[in-house]
Design a protein around this ligand. Structure first.
Ligand SMILES: C[S@@+](CC[C@H](N)C(=O)[O-])C[C@H]1O[C@@H](n2cnc3c(N)ncnc32)[C@H](O)[C@@H]1O
Length: 253
C-alpha cells in the first residue's frame, strides 16, 4: 500500500526539467562510463543484476547495460525516465525502468549490486526516511551483494563551503548557487537562481548532509557489514580533502 505524503521539493518535475542542462551536462554524461568502471572495480559484484536507484536520465544504467549487466533503473521523475528510455534506445540496450519513490521500491534478494550515484541520498525532511531507503536497498540485495552510495560528505562541505558561487552554462545561461547550513549542521538549504535570456528563476531545495561516520552508522544499523568509506570512486582515502563520500557496504552471505 502506497503512503500519502506531503509534497517535497524533489516532487516538482520542473525542478529536474529546468535544471537538466546544468545537472546532466554533456560532460557529466560522458563521465559515466569511467565512473561505472570504477564503481565496479570498488564493489566487485558477484553477479550481473544491478539496481540503479534514482537513475535519473540513465547515465549509469546505460553504461552498465553496455557492459553486459542486467539493469533496473528506478526513479520517480517521469521526465528523467523518458530521457533514460531514449538514451537506452540510442545505445541499443534493454533496461527495466520503474517509476517509483526510493522509499517504496523494494524487491527482495534480487540484485548483486545497488548503486545510488551523484548525490541521490539524503533528500527527506524526516531522516528516518533515509534509513527506510537503506533498508530497502539492503532487502533488495541478494546475500553477498554490495551497495554503493556516492554523495558530497559533510567533512568536505565544511572545508569548501562558499555561501554563493556562480557558473556559466553552455547555452549562455548563468546559474547562481546560494547555500546555507542549518539545523545544527545536519542540513544544507540551497537556492539556485537560473538566469536565462535576462529572466531569473529561483529553485529552492535542501538535503541532509552526512559525515562519513553518520552514513556508515546508518548503513550498519540496517544490517550492512564491512562498510568502507572512500574519498572518490578510485577508492582514495576519505576526509576533508576528498572530493566525494563513497560508502560501500555488503549484505552478509
Ligand atoms: C542528482 S540526480 C542523480 C541521477 C543519477 N543517479 C545520476 O548519477 O546521474 C537525483 C535523482 O534522484 C531522483 N529522485 C529524487 N527524489 C526521489 C525519490 N523520492 N524517489 C526516487 N527518485 C528520486 C531524481 O528524479 C533524480 O533523477
Amino acid at each position: 500500500m502506497k503512503t500519502t505524503r506531503k509534497k517535497e521539493w524533489f516532487d516538482e518535475e520542473s525542478f529536474w526539467r529546468e535544471l537538466y542542462p546544468f545537472m546532466f551536462s554533456e560532460q557529466r554524461m560522458a563521465e559515466a562510463d569511467e565512473q561505472v568502471a570504477k564503481a565496479l572495480a570498488l564493489t566487485k559484484p558477484r553477479g550481473k543484476s544491478v539496481l540503479d536507484l534514482c537513475c535519473g536520465p540513465g547515465r549509469c544504467s546505460v553504461s552498465l547495460a553496455k557492459k553486459g549487466f542486467s539493469i533496473t533503473g528506478v526513479d520517480k521523475t517521469k521526465y528523467l525516465l523518458e530521457k533514460a528510455r531514449s538514451r537506452a534506445r540510442t545505445a541499443h540496450v534493454k533496461i527495466e525502468w520503474v517509476q517509483e519513490d526510493m522509499r517504496d521500491f523494494v524487491r527482495p534478494e534480487s540484485f548483486a549490486l545497488v548503486i545510488s550515484m551523484f548525490t541521490s541520498f539524503g533528500y527527506f525532511d524526516d531522516t528516518r526516511e533515509d534509513v527506510i531507503v537503506l533498508e530497502n536497498m539492503f532487502t533488495s540485495l541478494k546475500p553477498g551483494g554490495a551497495c554503493l552510495i556516492e554523495v558530497l560528505g559533510k567533512e568536505r562541505l565544511a572545508k569548501i563551503l562558499q555561501s554563493t558561487s556562480s557558473s556559466a552554462l553552455p547555452d549562455g545561461s548563468i546559474l547562481v548557487e546560494r547555500r546555507e547550513i542549518c539545523d545544527d549542521w545536519t542540513r544544507v538549504r540551497n537556492e539556485w537562481v537560473l538566469i536565462r535570456k535576462g529572466k531569473a528563476k529561483s529553485f529552492k531545495f535542501h538535503t541532509t548532509i552526512y559525515s562519513g561516520l553518520e552514513l556508515r552508522d546508518r548503513m550498519e544499523r540496517v544490517g550492512f557489514v564491512d562498510v568502507t568509506l572512500h574519498g572518490n570512486l578510485d577508492g582514495d582515502e576519505y576526509g576533508p580533502n576528498a572530493e566525494r563520500l563513497v560508502a560501500i557496504g555488503h549484505k552478509p552471505i
